[in-house]
Design a protein around this ligand. Sequence first.
Ligand SMILES: NC(=O)c1ccc[n+]([C@@H]2O[C@H](COP(=O)([O-])OP(=O)(O)OC[C@H]3O[C@@H](n4cnc5c(N)ncnc54)[C@H](O)[C@@H]3O)[C@@H](O)[C@H]2O)c1
Length: 268
Amino acid sequence: MRVKVGIIGCGTIGSQLSRAIATEMPELNLVALSDIKMERARELAQHLPIKPQVLTTDELIDLVDLVVESASKEIAAEIVEKALKRGKDIMVMSTGGLLGKEALFSLAREKNCYIHLPSGALAGLDGVKSAAGGGIDSVTLTTRKPPAGLKGAPYIIKNKIDLNSIKEEKSIFEGTAEEAIEGFPQNVNVSATLSLAGIGPQKTKVRIVADPNIDRNIHQIEIEGKFGRLICMTENFPSPSNPKTSFLAILSAIATLKGITARIKVGT
Ligand SMILES: NC(=O)c1ccc[n+]([C@@H]2O[C@H](COP(=O)([O-])OP(=O)(O)OC[C@H]3O[C@@H](n4cnc5c(N)ncnc54)[C@H](O)[C@@H]3O)[C@@H](O)[C@H]2O)c1
């Protein structure tokens, strides 16, 4: 049986996921697209080899078996709640929107549904999850980005940071993952995903460095606990259409969907 999928948010990630589903995942049937800018969803639908319907968020959730959220932190929790209440599985990209919403994970268990969280632009989350079982003392994420990748972030605007004047690497933020997501909602979903896998958003420390001499988004996680120490670094190329989104984040979403199709194949 093919799984009916709908994508909410047809920007950089949603567009590439649509193409990957349409061309590489015969087990998934992309039946619907939605976007706050409906013309974006219509345009994407026109350029796909299949013809998904363009629907409102609510109509889409009603129609599909699996909802893909690739829209915004602001509506992620609302979409997850609606999907779960209607017994639908969901894959979430805007993981920052789930911080402080632990009740949604209980709801998923109650409804026997899955919330899929791709590893995004990070590697090493398998180790973080394993380490959490034995006790973690500290988790630190250091994110380095070209200044352009931080443009428009609320923290940058509030603190009047002139990104154009940064000529050498500069540490511009240090705080908890919770604070990082508030200040940089589109830039550090990785810190939210890391928090959810490890010791939570209040204990996870985040440092953000603007570096004009790099062309990649570099994330380094460092964890210490009963198991020992884990250090893992990824050097990500930004996606051409959105410098805030690393190409690996898109690939991780595709890999997560392929993992779901693999389970369908073996009938679990
Ligand atoms: N988990 C990760 O590692 C990771 C990595 C990169 C990006 N992200 C997050 O994934 C999301 C999508 O990223 P992107 O690069 O595709 O962004 P994008 O800006 O290219 O696309 C977002 C799309 O969602 C639409 N949208 C915004 N608000 C909406 C709403 N309320 N309802 C419906 N549609 C809405 C926009 O019109 C746009 O078309 C963002 O929240 C981003 O922060 C997560």
